[in-house]
Design a protein around this ligand. Structure first.
Ligand code: NAP
Length: 320
């Protein structure tokens, strides 16, 4: 099997690299895996992207790349749509034409956050920002292509939120600021679920591959993929700082000096949804139907346990 992973230098791309190496290390017949970053293929160049797909002929395409500069996207509409909608369209068209599997990632920002409670996969999209609109366009395009007659490919779009891993992210920013300042002001009225890139790569491969690293058949569509529980940006900041302090890191701030503020008090160019909570019942049902308790257990991992382990590792590696 040929596996093509886009976004190799991003948080999720790095997590896929690690996880695929683990899953394939003991195989006698290893799949051929190509990890692609910007230097190998600029995704704004549709001709180059099509050429790469035709040359490598993947049976599994994992698109961990995206235009993720949420605020910059407000004034960079064309590039955000090129990377988040047009490039996935080309990947999806290839996958559907060649009966391949396509894994793609989307965001809670496709919603307006006005819903009370947990968003379901088929709830109405109403993105507030250009980034959210470009990701929503990507979702719609992929679904349209796979719904067209002719192909026999399959796709999963994992909608996730508040991703952290090997790259810059909210947790690392907070820890850097906590080293520099005694007092921080963090939003406490936006709700969501921090998601580890490692966890997301594992859950995605649990759906797409069996234990022999062969492709599985699954029902194409959108799947919400976030760990269990919920918090606010303030809750996440306090946990990250407390965990770093517990690990012996010398910080100026502590949870008592992290002041909760309203989102209104911290305006950003791109509006964010106030409620980003997403139900993962659909993915639960798939793993339950397969009778796979270990995959269910992993899906049920609480967000705070993973954050503690992430921050403790950053501290151990001297990265705070
Ligand atoms: N981060 C979050 O909080 C979050 C929340 C919800 C959903 N998501 C979604 O989750 C997925 C993974 O996010 P992430 O946090 O891993 O993102 P990330 O760390 O920003 O990585 C995105 C990758 O895409 C690459 N890329 C961007 N433009 C490109 C271009 N023109 N050509 C080639 N590569 C390009 C970037 O390359 P360079 O390294 O060269 O810039 C980067 O490595 C994305 O679909 C994102 O929308 C993320």
């Amino acid at each position: 099997m040929n596996i093509l992973v886009f976004g190799k230098d991003g948080q999720l791309g790095k997590a896929f690299h690690e996880e695929l190496e683990v899953r394939t290390s003991a195989l006698l017949a290893k799949p051929l895996i190509q990890y692609v970053g910007r230097s190998e293929c600029d995704l704004a160049n549709g001709v180059a992207l099509t050429g790469l797909l035709n040359d490598f002929q993947p049976q599994l395409i994992i698109n961990a790349s995206a235009y993720t500069a949420v605020d910059k996207a407000e004034t960079d509409f064309n590039l955000a749509f090129a990377i988040n909608a047009r490039a996935p369209e080309i990947m999806a068209q290839y996958a559907n034409d060649r009966n391949a599997t396509f894994l793609h990632y989307s965001t809670d920002y496709v919603f307006d956050g006005e819903k009370y409670g947990f968003y379901l996969e088929d709830d109405l999209r109403n993105p507030l920002s250009v980034y959210g609109k470009s990701k929503a366009a990507g979702e719609e395009t992929i679904a349209r292509i796979f719904a067209s007659v002719g192909g026999n490919g399959q796709y999963a779009i994992f909608r996730t939120s508040w991703v952290y891993g090997g790259g810059s992210n909210f947790i690392r920013t907070i820890l850097r600021l906590a080293k520099e300042r005694e007092e921080l002001k963090i939003i406490h009225d936006q709700f969501g679920v921090p998601t580890s890139a490692d966890w997301l790569a594992q859950v995605s491969l649990n759906l797409a591959l069996d234990e022999h690293v062969h492709l599985r058949r699954f029902t194409s569509g959108i799947y919400h993929a976030v760990p269990a529980g919920e918090t606010t940006w303030h809750g996440l900041a306090c946990l990250a700082v407390q965990t770093a302090l517990d690990a012996g890191v010398n910080l100026k701030a502590n949870p008592a000096t992290i002041k909760p503020i309203l989102a209104l008090e911290y305006p950003l160019p791109a509006p964010r949804p106030m409620n980003s909570r997403m139900s993962t019942d659909k993915l639960h049902q798939v793993f339950a139907d397969w009778g796979d308790m270990s995959k269910l257990e992993q899906l049920n991992q609480p967000w705070d346990k993973a954050v503690r382990s992430y921050v403790a590792n950053l501290a151990k590696d001297g990265l705070i």
